[in-house]
Ligand binder design. Structure first.
Ligand SMILES: [Zn+2]
Length: 121
């Protein structure tokens, strides 16, 4: 499920094309009928949280790598501005992945059961 999510595919059946664009996800998987937005409110918060964590981790990794590679004279100014740019771009780049990843985690802990409004149609 996680590898499907990382490829922006339906975590349930692995079908592609669940995104209409970079930011717009289909409400229902066209292949297996899984409701992709299972609970609107929780999903917005959950995928947002995933996004922030991913951006923070990327920033920390790039920052540490830059320090190690350029030590003892790190380009502080470049790191400062580069870090700012990265923090703006990362959430945009991660956005669709954060949605599918959150859906995958949700499916692990709350599998689709018959009668679930989010079940297959
Ligand atoms: Zn599917």
């Amino acid at each position: 499920m996680l590898s499907r999510a990382l490829r922006r595919r339906c975590p349930n059946c692995g079908a592609g094309a669940i995104f209409l664009g970079w930011f717009r996800m289909r409400p229902v998987c066209p292949s297996c009928g899984l409701v992709l937005e299972r609970e609107e409110q929780g999903y917005v918060v959950g995928s947002y949280m995933f996004n922030i964590i991913a951006a923070e981790l990327l920033f920390a990794a790039v920052f540490v790598a830059a320090l190690v590679l350029t030590w003892p004279t790190p380009p502080w100014t470049l790191l400062q501005y580069g870090g700012a740019v990265l923090m703006i771009l990362a959430p945009i780049i991660f956005y669709p992945f954060s949605k599918t990843l959150f859906l995958a985690f949700d499916l692990v802990f709350r599998p689709v059961v018959p009668g679930d409004p989010g079940a297959h149609r």
